[in-house]
Design a protein around this ligand. Structure first.
Ligand code: FES
Length: 73
């Protein structure tokens, strides 16, 4: 069985990508936090625990917050 046919790898590929590896936070988690009213990096951090480890995901998290913020926020 190779990496492309291993069911474990297939399930991993089907999961939403993790933006924050340290805390296992996905793009969907960040989108939902923004939709629930977390409109700043700090608010999303509090709701999801993202960027509380190594911190290397901070710019990616900030970009996603900007992407999902409602118009005019
Ligand atoms: S990858 Fe997000 S804190 Fe390390």
């Amino acid at each position: 069985m190779d990496a492309e046919t291993d069911p474990g790898n297939l399930f991993a590929l089907m999961r939403p990508p993790r933006v924050c590896i340290c805390r296992q936070v996905s793009e969907d988690d960040i989108r939902r936090a923004v939709e629930r009213g977390a409109h700043t990096f700090e608010a999303v951090q509090q709701q999801t625990d993202c960027s509380t480890g190594c911190g290397t995901c901070e710019q990616a998290v900030r970009a996603l917050i900007r992407r999902y913020l409602p118009e005019g926020s």
